[in-house]
Design a protein around this ligand. Structure first.
Ligand code: C5P
Length: 317
Protein backbone atom coordinates (compact mmCIF):
# COMPACT_ATOMS: atom_id res chain seq x y z
CA UNK A 1 0.00 0.00 0.00
CA UNK A 2 1.32 3.45 -0.92
CA UNK A 3 1.78 6.12 1.70
CA UNK A 4 3.04 9.67 2.01
CA UNK A 5 4.64 11.28 4.99
CA UNK A 6 4.13 15.04 5.27
CA UNK A 7 5.28 17.92 7.46
CA UNK A 8 2.44 20.32 8.33
CA UNK A 9 3.78 23.59 9.79
CA UNK A 10 2.02 25.95 12.19
CA UNK A 11 1.47 29.61 11.36
CA UNK A 12 1.59 32.80 13.34
CA UNK A 13 -0.14 36.09 12.50
CA UNK A 14 2.23 39.03 12.27
CA UNK A 15 -0.76 41.24 11.48
CA UNK A 16 -4.53 40.78 11.80
CA UNK A 17 -6.93 43.61 11.04
CA UNK A 18 -10.71 43.16 11.04
CA UNK A 19 -12.22 45.41 8.40
CA UNK A 20 -15.92 44.58 8.36
CA UNK A 21 -18.68 42.04 7.76
CA UNK A 22 -18.87 39.99 4.60
CA UNK A 23 -22.13 38.94 2.92
CA UNK A 24 -21.22 35.28 3.66
CA UNK A 25 -21.31 35.95 7.43
CA UNK A 26 -17.53 35.90 7.86
CA UNK A 27 -15.28 38.89 8.50
CA UNK A 28 -13.36 40.77 5.87
CA UNK A 29 -9.75 40.57 7.06
CA UNK A 30 -6.31 41.78 6.28
CA UNK A 31 -3.57 39.55 7.68
CA UNK A 32 0.11 38.81 7.32
CA UNK A 33 0.69 35.12 7.94
CA UNK A 34 4.00 33.40 8.58
CA UNK A 35 4.89 29.68 8.62
CA UNK A 36 7.18 28.41 11.36
CA UNK A 37 9.12 25.18 11.75
CA UNK A 38 6.97 23.92 14.63
CA UNK A 39 4.73 21.38 12.90
CA UNK A 40 2.86 18.09 12.91
CA UNK A 41 3.83 14.98 10.95
CA UNK A 42 1.12 13.17 9.06
CA UNK A 43 1.24 9.84 7.31
CA UNK A 44 -1.47 9.18 4.74
CA UNK A 45 -1.58 5.48 3.93
CA UNK A 46 -3.89 3.84 1.41
CA UNK A 47 -5.82 1.14 3.29
CA UNK A 48 -7.77 -0.61 0.53
CA UNK A 49 -11.05 -0.12 2.41
CA UNK A 50 -13.97 2.26 1.89
CA UNK A 51 -13.09 4.23 5.00
CA UNK A 52 -10.94 7.08 6.19
CA UNK A 53 -9.56 6.47 9.66
CA UNK A 54 -7.85 9.10 11.80
CA UNK A 55 -5.21 7.98 14.31
CA UNK A 56 -3.89 10.48 16.86
CA UNK A 57 -2.63 10.01 20.42
CA UNK A 58 -3.34 13.59 21.55
CA UNK A 59 -6.21 13.60 24.10
CA UNK A 60 -7.78 16.79 22.67
CA UNK A 61 -7.76 15.69 19.03
CA UNK A 62 -10.98 13.92 17.98
CA UNK A 63 -10.46 10.89 15.73
CA UNK A 64 -14.02 11.03 14.38
CA UNK A 65 -15.80 12.85 11.56
CA UNK A 66 -15.49 16.21 13.35
CA UNK A 67 -11.72 16.28 12.74
CA UNK A 68 -10.94 18.77 9.96
CA UNK A 69 -8.47 16.25 8.50
CA UNK A 70 -11.31 13.75 8.14
CA UNK A 71 -13.51 16.40 6.53
CA UNK A 72 -10.72 17.19 4.06
CA UNK A 73 -10.63 13.53 2.99
CA UNK A 74 -14.44 13.44 2.66
CA UNK A 75 -14.40 16.60 0.56
CA UNK A 76 -11.96 15.03 -1.91
CA UNK A 77 -14.03 11.85 -2.00
CA UNK A 78 -17.19 13.86 -2.81
CA UNK A 79 -15.44 15.83 -5.53
CA UNK A 80 -13.55 12.88 -7.08
CA UNK A 81 -15.76 9.80 -6.60
CA UNK A 82 -14.03 7.87 -9.43
CA UNK A 83 -10.65 8.27 -7.73
CA UNK A 84 -12.12 7.07 -4.43
CA UNK A 85 -13.64 4.11 -6.28
CA UNK A 86 -10.27 3.27 -7.81
CA UNK A 87 -7.93 3.89 -4.85
CA UNK A 88 -10.19 3.51 -1.80
CA UNK A 89 -9.82 5.05 1.65
CA UNK A 90 -6.81 5.83 3.79
CA UNK A 91 -5.43 5.70 7.30
CA UNK A 92 -4.33 9.14 8.45
CA UNK A 93 -1.77 9.16 11.29
CA UNK A 94 -1.27 12.50 13.03
CA UNK A 95 1.79 13.06 15.21
CA UNK A 96 0.60 16.19 17.02
CA UNK A 97 3.24 18.75 17.99
CA UNK A 98 1.28 21.98 17.37
CA UNK A 99 -0.81 22.94 20.42
CA UNK A 100 -4.59 22.59 19.95
CA UNK A 101 -7.05 25.56 19.90
CA UNK A 102 -4.04 27.83 20.12
CA UNK A 103 -4.36 30.31 17.22
CA UNK A 104 -1.60 28.49 15.31
CA UNK A 105 -3.76 26.82 12.61
CA UNK A 106 -2.84 23.30 13.77
CA UNK A 107 -6.14 21.75 12.62
CA UNK A 108 -6.08 23.72 9.37
CA UNK A 109 -2.54 22.60 8.63
CA UNK A 110 -3.51 18.94 9.17
CA UNK A 111 -6.43 19.35 6.74
CA UNK A 112 -4.07 20.98 4.21
CA UNK A 113 -1.70 17.99 4.53
CA UNK A 114 -4.56 15.55 3.90
CA UNK A 115 -5.57 17.44 0.74
CA UNK A 116 -1.97 17.42 -0.53
CA UNK A 117 -1.34 13.78 0.47
CA UNK A 118 -4.57 12.32 -0.94
CA UNK A 119 -4.14 14.37 -4.12
CA UNK A 120 -0.84 12.55 -4.64
CA UNK A 121 -2.11 9.17 -3.48
CA UNK A 122 -5.03 9.34 -5.93
CA UNK A 123 -2.93 10.78 -8.80
CA UNK A 124 -5.50 13.57 -9.25
CA UNK A 125 -3.15 15.98 -11.06
CA UNK A 126 -4.88 19.04 -9.58
CA UNK A 127 -3.50 22.51 -10.23
CA UNK A 128 -2.58 24.71 -7.27
CA UNK A 129 -5.70 26.94 -7.78
CA UNK A 130 -7.94 23.85 -7.84
CA UNK A 131 -6.44 22.60 -4.59
CA UNK A 132 -6.68 26.09 -3.03
CA UNK A 133 -10.35 26.29 -4.00
CA UNK A 134 -11.10 23.01 -2.21
CA UNK A 135 -9.08 24.19 0.79
CA UNK A 136 -11.15 27.42 0.99
CA UNK A 137 -14.35 25.40 1.24
CA UNK A 138 -13.05 23.73 4.41
CA UNK A 139 -11.65 26.69 6.33
CA UNK A 140 -10.28 30.19 5.86
CA UNK A 141 -6.67 29.40 6.87
CA UNK A 142 -6.28 26.17 4.90
CA UNK A 143 -5.22 27.70 1.54
CA UNK A 144 -2.36 29.47 3.32
CA UNK A 145 -1.36 26.28 5.14
CA UNK A 146 -0.84 24.54 1.78
CA UNK A 147 1.58 27.11 0.33
CA UNK A 148 2.93 28.68 3.54
CA UNK A 149 5.89 31.04 3.79
CA UNK A 150 5.08 34.72 4.30
CA UNK A 151 1.84 35.96 2.73
CA UNK A 152 -0.73 38.73 2.75
CA UNK A 153 -4.16 37.16 3.29
CA UNK A 154 -7.32 39.14 2.56
CA UNK A 155 -11.02 38.35 2.04
CA UNK A 156 -11.95 35.68 4.60
CA UNK A 157 -8.22 35.06 4.92
CA UNK A 158 -8.21 32.76 1.90
CA UNK A 159 -7.10 35.24 -0.78
CA UNK A 160 -3.34 35.07 -0.78
CA UNK A 161 -0.49 37.11 -2.14
CA UNK A 162 2.98 35.76 -1.45
CA UNK A 163 5.40 38.20 0.18
CA UNK A 164 9.23 38.04 0.21
CA UNK A 165 10.68 35.60 2.73
CA UNK A 166 11.51 36.96 6.15
CA UNK A 167 14.73 35.40 7.29
CA UNK A 168 16.75 35.33 10.47
CA UNK A 169 13.84 35.69 12.87
CA UNK A 170 13.18 33.31 15.76
CA UNK A 171 9.97 32.98 17.70
CA UNK A 172 9.28 31.92 21.27
CA UNK A 173 5.70 30.70 21.69
CA UNK A 174 3.98 30.34 25.03
CA UNK A 175 0.60 28.86 25.82
CA UNK A 176 -1.23 27.77 28.97
CA UNK A 177 -1.80 24.04 28.45
CA UNK A 178 -5.29 24.06 29.95
CA UNK A 179 -6.50 27.11 28.00
CA UNK A 180 -8.06 27.09 24.52
CA UNK A 181 -9.96 29.86 22.72
CA UNK A 182 -12.69 29.26 20.17
CA UNK A 183 -12.06 31.23 16.99
CA UNK A 184 -15.80 31.60 16.39
CA UNK A 185 -16.24 33.04 19.91
CA UNK A 186 -13.41 35.56 19.38
CA UNK A 187 -14.88 36.88 16.11
CA UNK A 188 -18.44 36.96 17.44
CA UNK A 189 -17.38 38.88 20.52
CA UNK A 190 -15.40 41.29 18.38
CA UNK A 191 -18.51 41.90 16.26
CA UNK A 192 -20.61 42.57 19.39
CA UNK A 193 -18.10 45.03 20.80
CA UNK A 194 -16.66 46.72 17.72
CA UNK A 195 -19.29 46.10 15.01
CA UNK A 196 -20.15 49.81 14.99
CA UNK A 197 -16.64 50.61 13.70
CA UNK A 198 -16.88 48.22 10.73
CA UNK A 199 -16.42 49.58 7.23
CA UNK A 200 -19.82 49.35 5.51
CA UNK A 201 -19.68 51.13 2.16
CA UNK A 202 -18.11 49.13 -0.66
CA UNK A 203 -16.07 52.18 -1.78
CA UNK A 204 -14.66 52.51 1.74
CA UNK A 205 -13.89 48.81 1.73
CA UNK A 206 -11.97 49.08 -1.54
CA UNK A 207 -10.01 52.06 -0.19
CA UNK A 208 -9.22 50.16 3.01
CA UNK A 209 -8.03 47.11 1.06
CA UNK A 210 -5.85 49.31 -1.09
CA UNK A 211 -4.36 50.84 2.04
CA UNK A 212 -3.46 47.38 3.33
CA UNK A 213 -1.56 46.50 0.15
CA UNK A 214 0.63 49.55 0.47
CA UNK A 215 0.53 49.54 4.27
CA UNK A 216 3.60 49.78 6.54
CA UNK A 217 3.99 46.07 7.30
CA UNK A 218 3.79 45.02 3.64
CA UNK A 219 6.30 47.75 2.74
CA UNK A 220 8.62 46.67 5.53
CA UNK A 221 8.49 43.05 4.36
CA UNK A 222 9.07 44.08 0.73
CA UNK A 223 12.18 45.96 1.90
CA UNK A 224 13.15 42.97 4.09
CA UNK A 225 13.43 45.40 6.97
CA UNK A 226 12.86 43.01 9.89
CA UNK A 227 13.19 45.77 12.50
CA UNK A 228 10.41 47.75 10.83
CA UNK A 229 8.26 44.60 10.53
CA UNK A 230 8.36 44.05 14.28
CA UNK A 231 7.19 47.64 14.86
CA UNK A 232 4.06 46.86 12.81
CA UNK A 233 2.95 43.72 14.73
CA UNK A 234 -0.80 44.04 15.35
CA UNK A 235 -3.78 41.83 16.14
CA UNK A 236 -7.31 43.26 16.53
CA UNK A 237 -8.49 40.08 18.31
CA UNK A 238 -6.28 40.99 21.28
CA UNK A 239 -8.96 43.59 22.10
CA UNK A 240 -11.44 40.85 23.03
CA UNK A 241 -9.21 37.94 24.12
CA UNK A 242 -6.84 39.80 26.48
CA UNK A 243 -9.59 41.36 28.66
CA UNK A 244 -11.39 37.98 28.87
CA UNK A 245 -8.22 36.04 29.80
CA UNK A 246 -6.10 38.14 32.22
CA UNK A 247 -3.41 35.43 32.38
CA UNK A 248 -2.83 35.82 28.61
CA UNK A 249 -2.53 39.59 29.05
CA UNK A 250 -0.03 39.00 31.88
CA UNK A 251 1.97 36.65 29.64
CA UNK A 252 2.12 39.26 26.88
CA UNK A 253 3.16 41.95 29.39
CA UNK A 254 5.85 39.66 30.78
CA UNK A 255 7.39 39.10 27.33
CA UNK A 256 7.40 42.90 26.85
CA UNK A 257 9.55 43.37 29.96
CA UNK A 258 12.44 41.53 28.36
CA UNK A 259 14.69 42.24 25.41
CA UNK A 260 12.43 40.98 22.61
CA UNK A 261 12.01 42.55 19.18
CA UNK A 262 8.23 42.45 19.52
CA UNK A 263 5.42 40.41 21.02
CA UNK A 264 1.84 39.58 19.97
CA UNK A 265 -1.00 37.11 20.42
CA UNK A 266 -1.35 34.82 17.38
CA UNK A 267 -4.73 34.56 15.60
CA UNK A 268 -7.58 34.14 18.07
CA UNK A 269 -5.06 33.08 20.73
CA UNK A 270 -4.36 32.17 23.39
CA UNK A 271 -0.78 31.58 22.21
CA UNK A 272 1.47 34.61 22.70
CA UNK A 273 4.71 34.86 20.78
CA UNK A 274 7.81 37.04 20.90
CA UNK A 275 10.40 37.57 18.17
CA UNK A 276 14.19 37.59 18.52
CA UNK A 277 17.09 37.59 16.08
CA UNK A 278 18.88 34.50 17.43
CA UNK A 279 18.10 31.12 18.94
CA UNK A 280 20.32 31.90 21.96
CA UNK A 281 18.31 35.05 22.65
CA UNK A 282 15.08 33.08 22.29
CA UNK A 283 16.33 30.50 24.85
CA UNK A 284 17.28 33.29 27.23
CA UNK A 285 13.87 34.98 26.96
CA UNK A 286 12.10 31.66 27.49
CA UNK A 287 14.03 31.12 30.72
CA UNK A 288 13.30 34.68 31.90
CA UNK A 289 9.55 34.44 31.24
CA UNK A 290 9.38 30.95 32.77
CA UNK A 291 11.18 32.14 35.92
CA UNK A 292 9.04 35.26 36.22
CA UNK A 293 5.69 33.50 35.90
CA UNK A 294 6.71 30.16 37.44
CA UNK A 295 3.52 28.49 36.21
CA UNK A 296 3.72 24.73 35.52
CA UNK A 297 0.71 25.04 33.17
CA UNK A 298 2.73 27.22 30.78
CA UNK A 299 4.32 25.48 27.76
CA UNK A 300 7.02 27.02 25.54
CA UNK A 301 8.32 26.33 22.05
CA UNK A 302 11.13 27.91 20.06
CA UNK A 303 10.82 27.96 16.29
CA UNK A 304 12.17 29.62 13.20
CA UNK A 305 10.41 31.30 10.28
CA UNK A 306 10.23 29.03 7.22
CA UNK A 307 9.29 29.75 3.63
CA UNK A 308 7.19 26.67 2.85
CA UNK A 309 3.83 25.14 3.70
CA UNK A 310 3.04 21.42 3.43
CA UNK A 311 6.17 19.45 2.53
CA UNK A 312 6.96 15.83 1.86
CA UNK A 313 8.88 14.47 4.82
CA UNK A 314 11.56 11.78 4.66
CA UNK A 315 10.10 8.27 4.62
CA UNK A 316 7.99 8.48 1.45
CA UNK A 317 7.09 5.13 -0.03
O1 C5P B 1 -12.91 29.50 8.44
P1 C5P B 1 -12.82 28.87 9.80
O2 C5P B 1 -13.73 27.69 9.95
O3 C5P B 1 -11.44 28.58 10.24
O4 C5P B 1 -13.37 29.97 10.81
C1 C5P B 1 -13.75 29.68 12.13
C2 C5P B 1 -14.73 30.74 12.62
O5 C5P B 1 -14.07 32.00 12.74
C3 C5P B 1 -15.89 30.99 11.68
O6 C5P B 1 -16.96 30.14 11.95
C4 C5P B 1 -16.25 32.44 11.96
O7 C5P B 1 -17.04 32.51 13.11
C5 C5P B 1 -14.90 33.06 12.32
N1 C5P B 1 -14.28 33.76 11.16
C6 C5P B 1 -14.79 34.98 10.74
N2 C5P B 1 -14.21 35.61 9.66
C7 C5P B 1 -13.16 35.07 9.03
C8 C5P B 1 -12.61 33.83 9.45
C9 C5P B 1 -13.20 33.20 10.54
O8 C5P B 1 -15.75 35.50 11.31
N3 C5P B 1 -12.63 35.72 8.00
Amino acid sequence: MRSYSLFAPAKINLYLEIIGDRPDGYHELSMVLQSIDLGDRLEIRANGTEEFRIHCQHPEVPCDRTNLAYRAAELLKTNYPEAFEQYGGADIFIDKQIPVAAGLAGGSSNAAAVLVGLEMLWDLGLTQPELQDLASQLGSDIPFCITGGTALATGRGNELEPLPDLEGLYVILAKYRSLGVSTAWAYQTYRQQFGSTYVRESTDLAARQQRVHSGPIVKAIALRDEMKVVECLHNDLEKVVLPEYPQVLKLRQTFEQFDVLGTLMSGSGPTVFALTDSREKAEQIRAQVQNTLGNPDLDFWIAQFINTGIQLAPGVH
